[in-house]
Design a protein around this ligand. Structure first.
Ligand code: 5AD
Ligand code: SF4
Length: 422
């Protein structure tokens, strides 16, 4: 979501004749697009602001947009008095106002809902992978999560608006569409004539566009995985066989305290249905370890579910108490040391599962999408349908197709090696 927001902010300023630079002393305006989901992310913002303050040109404008802006509100100006703007995740379209009135402070952390989508210009060109937000906010009140506070209640964008954005992206360079939402599979839009549109309708309509070759969506809430959507994995070959469906914990006890009211059996049933619809599907998850009251045995159950589902490409985090959340006030907060130990154990297991999966692909050929040069700048990297990077033996400056069949020749825990085949 933040990558998308960043792209739109860049496009908005480019339309006003500005160019992008990574070099702070060169910049006339410096924008931190921020995430508040864990305390560490918020802390990083304020330490970065401290550095930028010293490095920037004296008259350069600087400020924060996104969830930390909403979380800290006017307090941000007190902590860093030189800040010129503080704009919440639904008001960053107002950013150009600071260019018109550089001597004022621009402050807006309102929940404006979908307004920003209507006010921002469409970029002239689309990256090959186009992120298309279909929803703002979240109606699930997980007790650890600040998102319902920073991004507000869930609103689905009108079906026609989303399809307009998808069509525009397809015409201007996109070959992969990734639908975005905090609760993306809960997408539900009722048109004025009473027709209800779901995510499966967006996928079906998008798949009809010839230039679009790959479709995916993130992030899904388990109980919103409706049969029409599961069926899309059976009927729509452009839908990638990869799904991020966070379970967060493998303990029923912890899930209840997290206010994620699904049973493990229900979750496992959904995975079975998905595998039935698309046998090659792989699932990824987010995990939180060290939630208040989590016992050793609760944590063991998280390891058990990870082994059982064989999650690939997952993310695991230490629980971080956040303002405006119920869990921050719960008893039995877990000491940092135990959180760290549990995180290391879970990461070790997830890496092992991931390595096994990557190794199982060696010798196979899959259609992959061009990403760009590898870290050394020598060879081209492609993304597999499961989102692992695959470093090819194709030189970075060789003509290469955006979509190529790649035969995998080697694997490690984080990436694959491969070569383009006909
Ligand atoms: N502490 C740690 N991780 C969190 N997440 C959300 N809130 C917190 C928190 N307070 C994680 C969840 C979510 C991902 C985006 O961030 O796993 O799925
Ligand atoms: Fe946060 Fe996701 Fe839960 Fe919504 S579903 S409250 S975004 S963790």
């Amino acid at each position: 979501m933040n990558v998308y927001d960043g792209q739109r902010i860049a496009a908005m300023l480019r339309a006003r004749g500005m160019n992008q630079t990574e070099n702070i002393p060169d910049a006339d305006i410096i924008i931190l697009n921020t995430c508040a989901v864990r305390a560490k992310a918020t802390d990083k913002v304020f330490s970065a602001l401290g550095r930028i303050r010293l490095e920037k040109k004296p008259n350069a404008l600087f400020g924060i947009v996104g969830c930390v802006a909403r979380e800290s509100g006017a307090e941000a100006f007190r902590r860093v008095p030189e800040l010129n703007f503080v704009l919440g995740p639904q008001s960053y379209h107002k950013l150009p106002e600071i260019l018109e009135n550089p001597d004022t402070k621009l402050f807006n952390i309102d929940l404006g809902g979908l307004e920003k989508f209507d006010e921002m210009p469409q970029p002239d060109t689309s990256p090959a992978l186009a992120y298309i937000p279909i929803q703002e906010g979240c109606n699930h009140c997980c007790t650890y999560c600040i998102v319902p506070y920073t991004r507000g209640r869930e609103i689905s964008r009108p079906f026609d608006d989303v399809i307009r954005d998808v069509t525009h992206a397809a015409k201007t360079g996109a070959i992969e569409i990734c639908f975005l939402g905090q609760n993306v599979n809960g997408y539900k839009y009722t048109s004025p004539d009473g027709h209800i549109y779901r995510l499966s309708d967006l996928i079906g309509t998008t798949a009809k566009l010839d230039t679009i070759k790959r479709i995916r969506f993130t992030s899904s809430y388990p109980t919103e995985m409706t049969d029409d959507l599961i069926d899309a994995f059976r009927t729509e070959p452009k839908l990638l066989p990869f799904l991020n469906m966070p379970i967060q914990s493998g303990s029923q006890n912890v899930l209840t305290k997290m206010n994620r009211p699904y049973t493990l059996n229900l979750y496992i049933d959904i995975v079975d249905k998905l595998k039935n619809a698309r046998p090659d599907i792989q699932i990824s998850s987010d995990f939180i370890v060290g939630f208040p009251g989590e016992t050793d045995s609760d944590f063991e159950q998280t390891l058990d579910i990870a082994r059982r589902i064989k999650y690939i490409n997952s993310f695991s985090f230490k629980y971080s108490p956040r303002p405006h959340t119920a869990a921050a006030l719960m008893p039995n907060q877990i000491p940092e040391k135990i959180k760290s130990e549990r995180l290391t154990k879970l990461d070790t297991l997830l890496n092992e599962i991931q390595r096994n999966f990557n190794e199982s692909l060696v010798g196979k050929t899959l259609p992959c999408m061009l990403e760009g040069p590898d870290k050394t700048g020598r060879h081209l990297v492609y993304r597999t349908p499961y989102m692992q990077p695959c470093i090819t033996d194709t030189p970075h400056d060789a003509p290469a197709p955006q979509l190529a069949n790649i035969k995998f020749t080697a694997a490690n825990k984080a990436s694959l090696r491969g070569k383009i085949v006909k």
